[in-house]
Design a protein around this ligand. Structure first.
Ligand SMILES: O=C(CO)[C@H](O)[C@H](O)COP(=O)(O)O
Ligand SMILES: [Fe+2]
Length: 225
């Protein structure tokens, strides 16, 4: 992930909305669209009311591309399973503060395993909940929907959180936003400090991924210049 610092702002396609029946083709289309990394949404049907895919699938996808993988673990026991995601070839592993209220040790273990550690907070969780561990993270991810499903409406409560967290971050850390990030919301997210934008529907619902990614980047540029 460190190699991406100089390339911010970054658009990370959310591999929840991808075409699983044509994964190879879909990844090639994302590479052609200059997507700099892929966001892997892991859901266990327990921490969130939905199931997606796990380390076995990610390990297979790893063979299709050299793009970095940012794994968003929406699972109840990341301590038990994080090593599977390291072994599957993830570059960043992000855990929910609601799943691990005292995440210091796990963040250290993720870093020691060679991955970038990240913390994520839900719309109802205050910034105070993650404050003591922000300096131990390479990435902080703000949820702008309740996790579990793609295609939900952006919740503006995330914007004030972005501003508050930005104040606490060093320049070598990523500030990410996830959920309902689209042409009409991405500019404001950038204005509030986000520099890594997870985009599902706003890419995969479009026929032309290149046009989608460049349109989102253009919107950031317009709103932040
Ligand atoms: O973590 C997630 C859901 O829990 C996804 O990353 C997110 O919802 C992406 O989809 P969309 O851009 O359509 O909201
Ligand atoms: Fe996600």
């Amino acid at each position: 992930m460190k190699s991406l610092l100089g390339k911010r702002p970054l658009i990370a396609p959310s591999m929840l909305k991808c075409d699983f029946a044509n994964l190879h083709t879909d990844i090639a289309r994302l590479e052609a669209a200059n997507a700099p990394l892929l966001h892997m949404d892991v859901m266990d049907g327990h921490f969130v009311p939905n199931l997606s895919y796990g380390a076995l699938v990610i390990e297979k996808i790893r063979k299709c591309t050299d793009l970095p993988f940012d794994a968003h673990l929406m699972i109840s026991d990341p301590e038990k399973y994080y090593q599977d995601y390291v072994n599957a070839g993830c570059d960043a592993i992000t855990i929910h503060i609601e799943a691990v209220p005292e995440p210091g040790e796990l963040l250290e273990k993720i870093r020691a395993s060679g991955c970038s550690p990240g913390l994520v907070l839900n719309p109802d969780t205050p910034v105070e909940a993650i404050k003591p561990w922000i300096s131990a993270c390479d990435l902080v991810l703000v949820m702008s929907v309740n996790p579990g499903f793609g295609g939900q409406k952006f919740m503006p409560v995330a914007l004030d959180k972005l501003s508050a967290i930005k104040e606490l971050l060093r320049d070598d850390q990523f500030l990410s936003i996830d959920g309902g990030v689209a042409l009409d919301t991405i500019g404001e997210c950038a204005q509030h400090g986000a520099n890594l934008f997870v985009c599902g529907s706003s890419i995969f619902d479009k026929d032309d991924y290149s046009e989608a990614v460049s349109g989102l980047l253009a919107e950031i540029n317009i709103k932040t210049r």
